[in-house]
Design a protein around this ligand. Structure first.
Ligand code: KIV
Length: 253
């Protein structure tokens, strides 16, 4: 029988140099399946806005939607550490951040994640002080994609971007984040952050040298075939097989 994964387990994996696999799960069957595969870290990501709910980006996802999907995934009672994203505009103040983090915990999340560094430091401190385990998210912040002209841009290319990432990472370490997602960060900066800070770094499109890697599961499995990020190499084209299965069933009616 596998043992329950905790934030301390992930810290030990970092210390041992054991790679941390992380994937998104938005419902009961996917959380259960990924848990059965031994994936130690699961996230009910607000990417569900795009790959499940059909929104153009993650900015429209509501707390109620995050709670609904978190409840579904949490019913799988995983050994994996299962957490959820605080959606856009749900952590504008410290009080609001703590109240909404508690709502996600009540829905079954074991940690929460929010996007940003020094700009949301009071909120992160308040969440951690309330006893809620916290994962940070630096680099490309999808909740701010509209401010970036709708483009998902790589971060840390120039000296200013590099210094900003290091300062934000230092703030997250000081605030007590046990892990930090690094999204679309230049690989050498992701490597530097991984070496310099105690939290586990979980990369997405940020090179090989993070402590772990996360993917949006539909990108890995090919269940959302209309868009796949450039850095993902899908392991399955499930949509192709699904279409074939449906067409074969229909033709045999
Ligand atoms: O929303 C999400 O799924 C995420 C991961 C891509 C890290 O934030």
């Amino acid at each position: 029988m596998s043992t329950k994964i905790t934030p301390a387990t992930l810290q030990r994996m970092k210390q041992r140099g054991e790679k941390i696999a992380a994937l998104t799960a938005y419902d009961y069957p996917m959380a259960k399946l990924l848990d059965e595969c031994g994936v130690p870290l699961l996230l009910v990501g607000d990417s569900l806005g795009m790959v499940v709910l059909g929104y153009p980006n993650t900015t429209l996802v509501s707390m109620a939607e995050m709670e609904h999907h978190t409840r579904a995934a949490a019913r799988a009672k995983t050994n994996a550490l299962l957490g959820a994203d605080l959606p856009f505009h749900s952590y504008e103040t410290s009080d609001q951040a703590v109240a909404n983090a508690r709502r996600l915990i009540a829905a079954g999340a074991e940690y929460v994640k929010a996007e940003g560094g020094r700009d949301i430091l009071p909120q992160i401190r308040a969440i951690v002080a309330a006893g809620v385990p916290f994962i940070g998210h630096l680099g490309m912040l999808p909740q701010h994609v509209l401010e970036e002209g709708g483009k998902y841009r790589i971060k840390g290319r120039d000296d200013v971007g590099h210094a900003k990432l290091l300062a934000d990472a230092a703030a997250l370490a000081e605030a007590g984040a046990f892990a930090v997602v690094l999204e679309l960060v230049v690989p050498f900066v992701a490597q530097e952050i991984t070496a310099q800070f105690p939290f586990a770094t979980i990369g997405i499109g940020s090179g090989r040298h993070c402590d772990g890697q996360i993917l949006v599961t539909p990108d890995l499995l090919g269940t959302y075939p209309w868009f796949t990020p450039k850095f993902v190499q899908p392991k399955l084209q499930a949509a192709v097989q699904m279409r074939t299965a449906v067409q074969e069933w229909r033709a045999a009616l």
